[in-house]
Design a binder for this molecule. Structure first.
Ligand SMILES: Nc1ncnc2c1ncn2[C@@H]1O[C@H](COP(=O)(O)OP(=O)(O)OP(=O)(O)O)[C@@H](O)[C@H]1O
Length: 355
C-alpha cells in the first residue's frame, strides 16, 4: 500500500522553479488523491506560467511513477484564469494557505445572476444521478423558484433525452441562450458536441467547457435572477470530477447512491472529495430502492458520514419511462409518489441553501 505521506514526500523532492521549495511545501499540490496504487492531483498556475510548469508536471509524474507499486499517475496542470473563492482556499492544507496567492471575496467565475449552485453527484455511474437532477430541478421549480439545470456529465450527457431538448443553443450578445423545458432553463454538454465526442474529453478540456456553460449562459438577468442552478456532474471520483468541483463555485452537493454496498462505498468517496474542496454535502439520496437492491443502505451510510438523509426513491417503471420519453416523472405524474418524494427533497434543499 502506498500512503499519502510517501507520495507527498516524493512530491517535495520536485522543486517549484518560482519559490525554490518542494511542490507540496510550495502549496502547488491540490486535491491529492492516493488510492489503490493510483495517485493524482492538480497543479494550478497563472496562465502566463503554464510553459514554465509543464516540465515540472512531467517531473512530478515521473517521480510518482518511480514509487514501487504505483500503477497510475495523473497530474493535471491547469491555468488559473480566475481567483478562487475564499472559503475553498481556507480549506486547503496549511502550506497552501500560507502562500501568497491573490484572494478575492467574490469568485469571478460565479455565473452571473445565479443565487445558488447545487451539484448532484454520484460515486458511480448509472445510479440515477441525472434522473434525480432533473426531477429535483422540476420539484424546485414547482415550489416557485426559477431553476436552471446544467448537464455537466461529459461521459454521457443524458439531459437532452430526459428533457426532450435538442439543437445547439442560440447566441445573443455573446451569451448562450439556454433551452427551456418543463419550466427549467437547460444547458447540456450534449448540445455543444456532436455524437459521442463528449466521451473522449479529458479533465482540463471538460472543465473548460463546463466553466464556459456556467459563465457564458444567460441563466438570469439583474431583474430576474435564477434562484438555483442544479449541476449534474459526471459520475465518479476521479480527476475529471475533482477538476470540475474545484473550478465550479458550488454552494452544496447532493449525493445519489443505490442501496448496494459497492455504490455506497463510492458515495463515501464522493463525500470525501467534496469535503476536500470545502463544499458541504447537503444530503444523500437512495435511488432504486426496493426489492432488487434492498433498502436502507444509504440511510445508514448518511448517518455514518454525518450528513442528512434525504429519503429514498423506489425503483419504478414510471421514473424510467419519464426519463426515456423526455418528460420527467414529476411532470408526467405531478401528484404521484415520486413527485412527493422529490418535493420533500426540494424543501430540504430550499432550507439548506437558504433560498
Ligand atoms: N428510481 C428509478 N426507477 C427506475 N428506473 C430508474 C430510476 N432511476 C433511474 N432510472 C433509470 O436508470 C437509468 C440510469 O439513470 P440515470 O441516467 O439517471 O443515471 P446516472 O447515474 O445519471 O447515469 P450516468 O452514469 O450516465 O451519469 C435510466 O434509464 C433511468 O431512467
Amino acid at each position: 500500500m502506498i500512503d499519502r505521506a510517501t507520495v507527498t514526500a516524493v512530491l517535495d523532492t520536485v522543486i517549484d522553479p518560482k519559490s525554490g521549495k518542494g511542490l507540496v511545501q510550495a502549496g502547488l499540490v491540490q486535491g491529492l488523491v492516493v488510492e489503490n496504487g493510483r495517485a493524482g492531483f492538480v497543479v494550478e498556475v497563472p496562465s502566463a506560467d503554464t510553459a514554465l510548469y509543464a516540465p515540472v508536471r512531467d517531473q512530478a509524474e515521473a517521480a510518482l511513477k518511480a514509487i514501487e507499486g504505483m500503477e497510475r499517475v495523473s497530474v493535471i496542470l491547469t491555468a488559473e484564469t480566475v481567483v478562487k473563492p475564499q472559503r475553498r482556499t481556507a480549506s486547503l492544507s496549511p502550506q497552501a494557505v500560507d502562500q501568497n496567492r491573490p484572494k478575492a471575496p467574490v469568485p469571478t467565475d460565479r455565473p452571473a445572476h445565479v443565487k445558488r449552485v447545487l451539484a448532484v453527484a454520484s460515486g458511480k455511474g448509472g445510479v440515477g444521478k441525472s434522473t434525480v437532477s432533473v426531477n429535483l430541478a422540476v420539484a424546485l421549480a414547482k415550489r416557485g423558484l426559477s431553476v436552471g439545470i446544467l448537464d455537466a456529465d461529459v461521459y454521457g450527457p443524458s439531459m437532452p433525452t430526459m428533457l426532450g431538448i435538442s439543437g445547439k443553443p442560440a447566441y445573443e450578445d455573446g451569451q448562450m441562450v439556454p433551452h427551456e423545458a418543463h419550466g427549467l432553463k437547460a444547458m447540456s454538454v450534449g448540445l455543444l458536441t456532436a455524437g459521442n465526442d463528449a466521451m473522449v474529453w479529458r479533465g482540463p478540456m471538460a472543465s473548460q467547457a463546463i466553466t464556459q456553460m456556467l459563465t457564458q449562459t444567460r441563466w438570469g438577468t439583474a431583474e430576474k435572477p435564477l434562484d438555483v442552478l442544479v449541476v449534474d456532474l459526471p459520475p465518479g471520483t476521479g480527476d475529471v470530477q475533482l477538476t470540475l468541483i474545484q473550478k465550479t463555485p458550488l454552494d452544496g452537493a447532493v449525493i445519489v447512491s443505490t442501496p448496494q454496498e459497492v455504490a455506497l462505498a463510492d458515495a463515501r468517496r464522493a463525500h470525501t472529495l467534496f469535503e476536500k474542496v470545502g463544499v458541504p454535502t447537503l444530503g444523500l439520496i437512495e435511488n432504486m430502492s426496493g426489492d432488487v437492491f434492498g433498502r436502507g443502505g444509504a440511510e445508514a451510510e448518511a448517518a455514518r458520514l454525518g450528513v442528512a438523509y434525504l429519503g429514498d426513491l423506489p425503483l419504478s417503471a414510471s421514473v424510467r419511462e419519464g426519463g426515456d420519453a423526455g418528460v420527467p416523472v414529476t411532470v408526467a405524474v405531478p401528484f404521484g409518489e415520486a413527485a412527493e418524494r422529490f418535493d420533500a427533497v426540494a424543501a430540504a434543499m430550499i432550507e439548506a441553501l437558504s433560498l
